[in-house]
Write a protein that binds this ligand. Structure first.
Ligand code: SF4
Ligand code: SF4
Length: 482
């Protein structure tokens, strides 16, 4: 367990955490070895599954499209090999047997580069399979299209969780490439103001940015406070404007993108490379040789752990992602995905989530650090009592799932699980309400149609009767005349 103190800055409250970055922040990025097999995750943003576009047994080269999701974002092979199988565990994925030749398709940079129109840049990023590499994996082209004409593009270089140094190394070593991507993202949205926001404890990254940036890009130094890198907090810290409750930063004219996404965008536009690799911090006391590695997507985490000297007897908890927002994994076959910024092999007291839950003692520590100014203990009680509507009324929707409350809770309550369950329940009820409303409208339309048909039938009957009566009258009149 990492100790904590509450912290605040410029109207934001949060956590002051030990950074635990010293072991990796000065280590240059290294290429991870090619693993013997890759497991390409098929699950996409929102829970859907990408559709496979290759055959089992097919020989492929790196950069070939192997699957496409529901919004036409492709998944590319990270290296050459043979498609071996479709697997459901550790998650739905396509297994590629790596041949070691690392043959890649010829890259095709975007014609015109930065002079290309915004829609051509967005199409290039979609074709490269770019999704948000710093967050939930939302398709970048879709996000950029929704942000056309936005005032301010913020590149999120806060990297505020302990241990994580992948973005810091990207900036320290590859700032010109990152900034090329930043300009492509700015061109794709038309943003007038472009800001790279970075925590002030990263001097090497800051110097590299200052050297590489021109007047078109501002550098904004953030205080070291968790979670300054969450989009809502970041937008407020940079612009001084609050994002209204229940809305996204776009509501105040701000679009946020991560450093990793900007780097990958630059590679896609200017080098014609699809998204097949990312930088991953491998750290934790159970690792002998921590580092920042350039890793092919789909690499089983066990391969990285072996490469960097895992001590299995010391391993207490394995996390993909940061210690607060990352997920615990037990299966060492779990693959590195586009959003995996870190692999943490935590030992002893570093482990975060293994203690049993105790009842809430109403200490208020969770409320003291919640950056969204919520009452986490109240949300927890409402959700456990089955009152998701009550939690919704208490602004559950504004929870940014930063897990600061979980971190400080002395009762070790898995609050984040509660909030996700509550949001899921609210979304389910919302969908059920919308479906009931659609059914009501369908019923009303059907009733109205039946009523119109009844009226039309009655009118037709009446007209028929009138015609018969007229014919009878004419016949009688002819009979009486004769
Ligand atoms: S997870 Fe939600 S409730 Fe908990 S501190 Fe973060 S924003 Fe607040
Ligand atoms: S920090 Fe935990 S124990 Fe304290 S009030 Fe919040 S939920 Fe309850």
């Amino acid at each position: 367990m990492i100790p904590w103190r509450s912290a605040s800055f410029g109207g934001m409250q949060g956590l002051d955490l030990p950074s635990r970055k010293a072991r990796t922040r000065k280590l240059a990025i290294e290429s991870a070895a090619l693993p013997p097999r890759l497991l390409m995750p098929l699950r996409r943003y929102g829970g859907g599954r990408a559709e496979i576009r290759v055959q089992i047994g097919q020989q492929i080269r790196g950069g070939e499209v192997i699957a496409v999701d529901a919004v036409d974002v492709p998944l590319h092979a990270p290296t050459s090999g043979r498609v071996r199988a479709f697997a459901e565990t550790p998650e739905p994925c396509l297994e590629i047997e790596v041949d070691g030749d690392d043959l890649m398709l010829e890259p095709s940079p975007l014609a015109g580069g930065l002079d290309a129109p915004p829609e051509a840049i967005r199409a290039c990023l979609r074709a490269a399979g770019l999704v948000g590499l710093g967050g939930a994996g939302f398709p970048t082209a879709t996000k950029l299209a929704a942000a056309r004409g936005v005032d301010c593009l913020i590149i999120n270089a806060a990297e505020c969780e302990p241990y994580l140094t992948a973005d810091e190394r990207l900036l320290a070593e590859r700032s010109p490439e990152v900034l090329a991507g930043v300009r492509a993202l700015a061109q794709a949205t038309g943003a007038r103001r472009v800001v790279v926001a970075v925590e002030d404890d990263k001097p090497e990254a800051i110097t590299a940015l200052q050297t590489a940036a021109d007047d078109d890009i501002e550098l904004h130094l953030l205080p070291r406070i968790y979670p300054s890198g969450s989009e809502r907090q970041l937008a407020a810290l940079v612009t001084g404007r609050e994002v209204p409750s229940g809305q996204l930063p776009l509501a105040i004219g701000v679009l946020c993108q991560s450093v990793a996404t900007a780097w990958a965008a630059g590679r896609a536009v200017f080098a014609g490379e699809p998204v097949t690799r990312r930088i991953v911090t491998v750290a934790g006391a159970a690792i002998d040789r921590p580092g920042n590695l350039e890793v092919r997507l789909g690499t089983p985490v066990g391969e990285l752990l072996r490469e960097r000297g895992l001590d299995p007897s010391a391993l207490a908890e394995l996390r993909l992602g940061g210690p607060l927002t990352g997920r615990i994994v037990r299966d060492h076959a779990a693959p590195i995905g586009a959003t995996t910024a870190a692999v943490l092999a935590l030992a002893g007291a570093e482990a975060v989530g293994s203690e049993p839950e105790q009842p809430c003692i109403r200490c208020g520590a969770c409320a003291e650090v919640c950056p969204a100014w919520l009452q986490p203990q109240l949300l927890h009680q409402l959700i456990r009592a089955g009152d998701a509507e009550g939690a919704g009324a208490a602004h559950l929707g504004d929870c940014i799932e930063c897990a600061a409350c979980v971190w400080v809770c002395p009762s070790r309550i898995p609050l984040l699980d509660d909030y996700r369950a509550g949001k899921h329940e609210l979304a389910r009820r919302d969908a059920a309400r919308r479906e009931a409303e659609r059914a009501r409208l369908r019923h009303e339309r059907r009733q109205a149609r039946m009523e119109r048909e009844r009226e039309a039938a009655a009118a037709a009957r009446k007209a028929r009767l009138a015609r018969v009566n007229a014919a009878v009258a004419r016949a009688r009149s002819r009979t009486s005349e004769s």
